[in-house]
Design a protein around this ligand. Structure first.
Ligand code: NAD
Ligand code: UDP
Ligand code: UDP
Length: 315
């Protein structure tokens, strides 16, 4: 059993990761500044004897003793990461430097939650890890995309320069319970709009595509990656290759929720990628993993979560 640090542990993915690691018998130290995370996500863990919570911003040094580090701290939705873009870049870059410095002092294994956004608006489809991407360095999404790219650079330089034991996963769009109801991501937006009987907001013509992975599948892959042998660094794509247009997603959610919502079309945000689908050949081979949860099933449990949230008046 290990002492494991999860940065961003009060967020959507981080809180599920804390649950899972505690379930496996580990000691978990959750570090979060609650920028986008919430106490609600981890409230059920607060009395757990192997769980500890520290309010801390990873852009500042952190001196703790752990065996492994999952570095997830960073706002992930465009609405949130564009709210204070300078802080977003700092979180990715200074946060990575501090967590890598911590890992170096402890010789601890460290995993970075990178993103499909490192591929930008891709001209290779689906995207394999060897693709270098097409990212606008000065656009509205750059604080996130370039911050994450620089974090990858830092991980690989600490690996080469200091022989650090690193793992990098590139996460594609992931959804599930505990997504933030107001974070503006497409799955949470469409579900909350459908449940409230409001119009469903399609940006652009709705023919842009994304591939949606359920959080349970995602965490299977992420924890498998953490357990791979030393020297296997990745990056490894994690996502569900099932690709859907935003119009298809809206239709599926409307079918499952019912109700009378209409589709309304709004302008496409700047630099919004046209299409995205992970090539997961490497994850299949190196992690023996592939996603199992079909979109329809995953949407059902996400809808149930938001239904409860609305009923409690929390959304
Ligand atoms: P989230 O916004 O729910 O969680 C991020 C967490 O990090 C929050 O709890 C937030 O309070 C915390 N945080 C932000 N800045 C911090 C700082 N400076 N110091 C300490 N804590 C800080 O987002 P998520 O969807 O759970 O994403 C988790 C990680 O996975 C992020 O690094 C994100 O970039 C990555 N990722 C997520 C997706 C996805 O689809 N959900 C896709 C690709 C990559
Ligand atoms: N750091 C940290 N916790 C530690 C060790 C280091 O937060 O336990 C930070 C440290 O403050 C520094 C960063 O990690 O800013 C990088 O550390 P490293 O040792 O790589 O570089 P240096 O300290 O030489 O700048
Ligand atoms: N989107 C949409 N309506 C919404 C929110 C998002 O049509 O209410 C679109 C958005 O323009 C993008 C896609 O859905 O093309 C996925 O957006 P999200 O913010 O979830 O993820 P990302 O763009 O970071 O992949």
């Amino acid at each position: 059993m290990q002492r494991i640090l999860v940065t961003g542990g009060a967020g959507f993915l981080g809180s599920h990761l804390c649950d899972r690691l505690l379930g496996e018998g580990h000691d978990v130290l959750c570090v979060d500044n609650f920028f986008t995370g919430s106490k609600r996500n981890i409230a059920h863990l607060l009395g757990h004897p192997r769980f500890e919570l520290l309010r801390h911003d990873v852009t500042f040094p952190l001196h703790v003793e752990v065996d492994r580090i999952f570095n997830l701290a960073c706002p992930a939705s465009p609405v949130h990461y564009q709210h204070d873009p300078v802080q977003t870049t700092k979180t990715s870059v200074h946060g990575a430097i501090n967590m890598l410095g911590l890992a170096k002092r402890l010789d601890a294994r460290i995993l970075q939650a990178s993103t499909s956004e490192v591929y930008g608006d891709p001209e290779v489809h689906p995207q394999p890890e060897a693709y270098w991407g097409r990212v606008n360095p000065i656009g509205l999404r750059s604080c996130y995309d370039e911050g994450k790219r620089c974090a990858e650079t830092l991980f690989f330089d600490y690996h080469r320069q200091h022989a650090l034991d690193i793992k990098v996963v590139r996460i594609f769009n992931t959804y599930g319970p505990r997504m933030h109801p107001d974070d503006g991501r497409v799955v949470s937006n469409f579900i909350v709009q459908a449940l409230r009987g409001q119009d469903i907001t399609i940006y652009g013509d709705g023919r842009q595509t994304r591939s949606f992975c359920h959080v349970d599948d995602l965490l299977d892959a992420m924890t498998r990656m953490m357990d791979t042998e030393r020297g296997f660094t990745g990056p490894v794509n994690i996502g569900n290759p099932g690709e859907f247009t935003m119009l298809e997603l809206a239709e599926r959610i409307l079918q499952l929720v019912g109700g009378r919502s209409r589709l309304v079309f709004q302008p496409l945000p700047a630099d919004d990628p046209r299409q995205r689908q992970p090539d997961i050949a490497l994850a299949r081979q190196a992690l023996g993993w592939e996603p199992r949860i079909a979109l329809e099933d995953g949407l059902r449990d996400t809808i149930a979560y938001f239904r409860t949230l609305l009923a409690e008046g929390q959304a």
